[in-house]
Design a protein around this ligand. Structure first.
Ligand SMILES: Cc1cc2nc3c(=O)[nH]c(=O)nc-3n(C[C@H](O)[C@H](O)[C@H](O)COP(=O)(O)O)c2cc1C
Length: 310
């Protein structure tokens, strides 16, 4: 039985990997092998890395809502220098492709990050464009097509060590048009989707559940939305798509493959069930056995009218 996929040149032994920000830097889980075996993953995706260390937003910054999770962590992370010193040397020895998620507050930061991570020869980048652009008064990079195009050009100009995936959110944008700009400017793939803006209120206290008010919604609540977005964007671009949003079991993961995603990320549900990625890999194999599917590629895109080759 073959679960291998070629994701823009990255050879993955299966399509399943954690979503950025829900699995730390990956290496933290190396000594929890009885529960989580990261050597079985298709890839590892790191927490978003910025040029400098960030402490994120004050609490409350995470809250459960029906079928989902609201978060406004504020992109807390250890920064490029510490990542390269403390995490990358361990990560690169695991034997699983590592996709490093990056973000910046200014265009120049994306440039330096790409240059340094190219020098370190990380296997791939995932560029998070759902972060505030300081030069545009805090508007998200991904909400401006021109800025999006420029960032993709900058990153592609500096990072040669592997493919560049661009991660987009569907907040106040025509995500199909933004996806097309990414493809035109040379992105090797797309990660769809990041969290959807949302909020919740404690009506007794008249307080937002998340201190900042606005937060990102993730978890099963967003799965039908992310599935539809992958379905639609697949019809408009040739580059591969990584489906992400609300995966909670092998069925919801396989749905992404069926609408054309080449790989699938699992995020919020890791907090509920830390071993979920290993379980999805096992259950997908069982699904393939039950349905006599010898190669996972036979599922990819099977629910699309538009057919695409490898
Ligand atoms: C606590 C938390 C932290 C996150 N941090 C990042 C991040 O640093 N970079 C990023 O691109 N996405 C980040 N995300 C978004 C996830 O990678 C993913 O796109 C989103 O949660 C939808 O997937 P899910 O429903 O499976 O969680 C974060 C999500 C959560 C819940």
């Amino acid at each position: 039985m073959n679960l291998e996929v070629n994701l823009a040149g990255l050879r993955l032994k299966n399509p399943f990997m954690p979503a950025s920000g829900t699995f730390a830097y990956g290496v933290e889980f190396l000594d929890r092998k009885d529960e989580i075996d990261i050597t079985e993953f298709g890839a590892i995706v790191t927490k978003g890395i910025s040029l400098r260390e960030r402490f994120g937003n004050p609490p409350e910054r995470i809250a459960e809502v029906p079928c989902g999770l609201l978060n406004s962590i504020g992109l807390e992370n250890i920064g490029l220098e510490r990542f390269l010193k403390e995490k990358w040397p361990l990560l690169k020895e695991i034997g699983v492709p590592v996709i490093v998620n990056i973000f910046g507050e200014k265009e120049e930061e994306f440039e330096i990050l790409s240059e340094e991570l190219d020098r370190a020869k990380v296997h791939a980048l995932e560029v998070n464009l759902s972060c505030p652009n300081v030069d545009k008064g805090g508007m998200e990079f991904g909400q401006d097509r021109k800025v999006t195009g420029r960032i993709v050009e900058i990153v592609k100009g500096k990072f040669k060590a592997g493919p560049v995936f661009v991660k987009l959110a569907p907040n106040f944008v025509n995500i199909i048009e933004v996806a097309k700009v990414c493809e035109k400017k040379g992105a090797d793939g797309l990660s769809l989707i990041n969290t959807i803006m949302g909020m919740a209120i404690d009506v007794e206290k008249r307080e937002f559940l998340i201190s900042r008010g606005v937060a990102g919604l993730s978890g099963p609540a967003i799965h039908p939305i992310s599935l539809y977005i992958v379905y639609r964007v697949y019809q408009e671009v040739k580059i591969p798509i990584i489906g992400v949003g609300g995966v909670y079991d092998y069925r919801s993961a396989i749905e992404f493959l069926m609408v054309g995603a080449k790989a699938v990320q699992i995020g919020s549900m890791i907090f509920v069930e830390p071993g979920i990625i290993n379980k999805i890999i096992r259950d997908t194999k069982d699904y393939m056995r039950r349905h006599k599917i010898d190669d996972i590629k036979k599922i990819i895109g099977c629910m699309q009218k538009v057919k695409k080759g490898e």
